[in-house]
Design a protein around this ligand. Structure first.
Ligand SMILES: [Fe+2]
Length: 551
């Protein structure tokens, strides 16, 4: 429990004083109270002390009017727990008992192992029913034919959805349209889309922006607050700024020789750029039952470089047949696969020479037969990726019927991206094709830093912020690539690397791959990191373990 509480606070960027942790542990529902406490804080301090926690409980008790379940916790904590010496003893005794129980269990297992008998396999996940709810998915909901009108409608909808997310930000509550912002003689706030970005030789950044009323040129000075903020073309942002004639540092001081101006002669100064971001108050949902989810991606069945032996080892592990993290294997209730389940055909130059199975339908047949060995109490959720046989433009609908019929009903086939809930936990799954564009556009991002790219997508609240590069976008009338609502788990794949981290209450997973380096990847000097499986405890959203099946 201690680790879970510390994890919750770490997710919000806070550290707990030991006395504060002990106090929280004494409450009747420490996890719920921790979440409530974090959500009640507008700005989370770096160090949370016992005084902070006591203040919270006092306030919460007062606002509940003594009627909520917190009443019992507060009363209990004030009367019994405050003497820290007694409380420490209680915890030590409890832990001591746990240790004794654990060592007894371990010695039984060791005994069985030494006698050559495998301990019986009783997966706890089998005792709980699947709780799966489908969310956003383009499958069966496509509205576009791909003409110019569709694109106009798509970008209008994207802008309106993003504007709604940005308007929640306090700084942008009074945002005005660009046309009006250009006429302001004082500070203003506006929301616009970036049409172009360039950097001057003096290191200042120039944005060409637009909204549905006007266009403008915006200067971000190199010494401003937002000078180093990663920004990309087509991103929707908020600007807190001032007009050129009113700017705090006049633009003559930026470049005496050259005025950065658009056709109307107006230049706006950006004092600060606001991105929609994930609010720090995001309250994740947790499972009430002690089960877990595993994440694997980019299996690439059909390729000569598919790591079949290692994948088979993973399947054996799921069935409790490996003497490796066996108890954890029994907790897996959901398996999420965000795309590239087969290698496909004609996806990259020279791929044909590297295929073991050259018929794409046979690749899916092989994949489906491998999946059959997954225990029947596990729900498997599968999305397509850029190697799968669905339309390349995103959002991608799910697999066609000829392929879907290879899977029985415990396999849920969704589009890419898709949102769904497992045991009450909201998941956003996306293959990750837009990483290709993001890595090219943002300095410091590489194929080996997928978590940093995921964090940028969450900050931008859009899965494919850049249009017109490697990731094709289908102009659906409603933009399904906007990240709304905020998920509890955000999972991607595509880059064949592993990564896990937490950002403002969101657990981020970049699932690994099951393919060794292809000649194409070698040419690009890309080294994959295959055969890792992150497992997330759905009661805490904490990554319990990062398993390695390459050994
Ligand atoms: Fe892949």
């Amino acid at each position: 429990m201690k680790q879970e509480i510390l994890h919750l606070f770490k997710c919000r960027g806070a550290l707990l004083q030991p006395q504060a942790l002990n106090y929280i542990l004494s409450l009747s529902d420490p996890i719920r109270e921790s979440n409530r406490m974090l959500n009640s804080m507008e700005q989370c301090p770096l160090f949370i002390t016992l005084e902070d926690v006591l203040q919270y409980t006092k306030n919460a008790f007062a606002s509940d009017g003594g009627t909520s379940s917190l009443e019992k916790s507060v009363t209990k904590s004030i009367t019994e727990i405050i003497p820290s010496e007694n409380e420490s003893e209680i915890i030590l005794v409890k832990e001591g008992k746990k240790e004794i129980q654990k060592s007894e269990e371990l010695s039984k297992v060791e005994e069985l192992k030494s006698s050559g008998i495998s301990p019986p396999w009783h997966p706890i996940a089998k005792e709980y029913s699947v709780q799966f709810k489908k969310g956003k998915d383009i499958t069966g909901n496509s509205t576009c034919s791909g003409d110019i009108k569709d694109f106009v409608q798509y970008f209008c909808d994207r802008f309106n959805q993003m504007k709604k997310l940005l308007r929640v930000r306090r700084e942008l509550a009074g945002a005005v349209k660009l046309e009006r912002a250009k006429k302001q003689t004082d500070k203003f706030a506006t929301i616009c889309i970036i049409a172009d970005i360039r950097t001057t030789k003096n290191g200042h950044r120039i944005l060409e922006v637009e909204d549905d009323t006007d266009t403008a040129t915006v200067l971000i000075k190199k010494d401003s607050k937002s000078a180093n903020l990663p920004l990309v073309k087509d991103e929707v942002i908020g600007i807190i700024g001032s007009p050129s004639r009113q700017g705090s540092g006049t633009f003559h001081s930026v470049s005496p020789q050259k005025r950065y101006k658009n056709e109307e002669g107006s230049l706006l100064y950006a004092d600060e750029i606001i991105v929609p971001d994930v609010p720090r108050t995001h309250e994740p949902h947790f499972s009430k039952e002690p089960i877990a989810a595993a994440f694997v991606s980019d299996i690439h069945v059909g390729s000569k470089t598919f790591l079949e032996k290692e994948f088979d080892r993973f399947l054996k592990w799921l069935n409790g047949k490996l003497d490796y993290e066996r108890e954890l294997a029994g907790k897996i209730k959901y398996l999420v696969i965000p795309g590239d389940v087969v290698d496909g055909i004609g996806v990259y130059p020279g791929q044909l020479d590297e295929l073991q199975i050259v018929d794409v339908f046979s690749q899916y047949e092989k994949f489906a037969s491998l999946m059959q060995s997954i225990p029947d109490y596990i729900q498997v959720i599968i999305l397509p990726g850029n190697h799968d046989v669905v339309r390349p433009a995103e959002p991608q609908p799910t697999f066609p019927n000829e392929i879907a019929k290879l899977f029985d009903k415990r396999f849920v086939l969704l589009g890419n991206p898709a949102t769904f809930s497992i045991h009450g936990v909201d998941v956003l799954a996306y293959h990750g094709r837009s990483f290709d564009d993001l890595i090219m556009a943002i300095q410091g991002l590489t194929y080996n830093t997928p978590i940093d790219a995921m964090r940028e997508l969450l900050r931008m609240r859009h899965l494919v912020p850049i249009y017109g590069e490697k990731t094709p976008i289908a102009p659906e009338h409603s933009d399904m690539l906007v990240i709304d609502p905020v998920p509890d788990i955000f999972v991607t794949g595509h880059v064949h690397d592993i990564g896990t981290d937490y950002y403002n209450g969101v657990t981020m997973i970049n699932a690994s791959a099951w393919q060794s380096q292809t000649s194409y990847q070698k040419m690009l000097n890309f080294n994959p990191n295959p055969c890792y499986v992150p497992v997330v405890d759905l009661q805490t959203l904490r990554v319990m373990n990062l398993l390695n099946f390459a050994r």
